[in-house]
Design a protein around this ligand. Structure first.
Ligand code: ZN
Length: 148
């Protein structure tokens, strides 16, 4: 008789308990392992290979939605912190008035539009000594320490 519950049909050709091949092994609804033969490429049967297609029920989609908004790069707190860091960066960059560069960079700076260089003074140097001459003040500290 051909009915869904008929376990006798095709028993000779089915992958029975003594079949020596690799089985799928995916977790099934009843908690066991899938006994269908595995495909070589994926190691799973044809039903259990491939990526998840995601939650299907409304409850499942809602659960995923809440899970995805409680961690990761774009939480409210992290976005707020990133905004604050960007603001600090803009403030710091706005305070930059002088830039020390190797003289090899001169042609590159000349390519930049004049409007972007407003308020900036460029120092083109050949070596580190020139950098120190520009960057350090001549003012001495009150009680200098001697390094042995
Ligand atoms: Zn399977």
């Amino acid at each position: 008789m051909l009915t869904k519950g008929n376990v006798e049909i095709g028993i000779e050709t089915r992958f029975g308990p003594n079949w020596p091949g690799v089985r799928c092994g995916a977790r099934t609804k009843d908690g066991g392992e899938c006994q269908r033969p595995a495909v070589k490429r994926t190691g799973r049967c044809t039903r259990h290979s491939g990526k998840s297609t995601g939650p299907r029920t409304k409850a499942g989609r809602d659960k995923i939605a809440t899970l995805h908004t409680t961690h990761g790069r774009f939480t409210k707190e992290k976005r707020q912190a990133a905004k604050k860091r960007a603001e600090v960066g803009r403030t710091v960059r706005a305070e930059i008035k002088q830039i020390i560069l190797c003289e090899k960079n001169l042609p590159n700076v000349e390519e930049i539009k004049e409007e972007y260089l407003k308020g900036l003074k460029f120092h083109y140097v050949k070596n580190m000594r020139e950098v120190l001459d520009i960057a350090l003040t001549k003012q001495r500290v009150k009680e200098p320490k001697t390094i042995q």
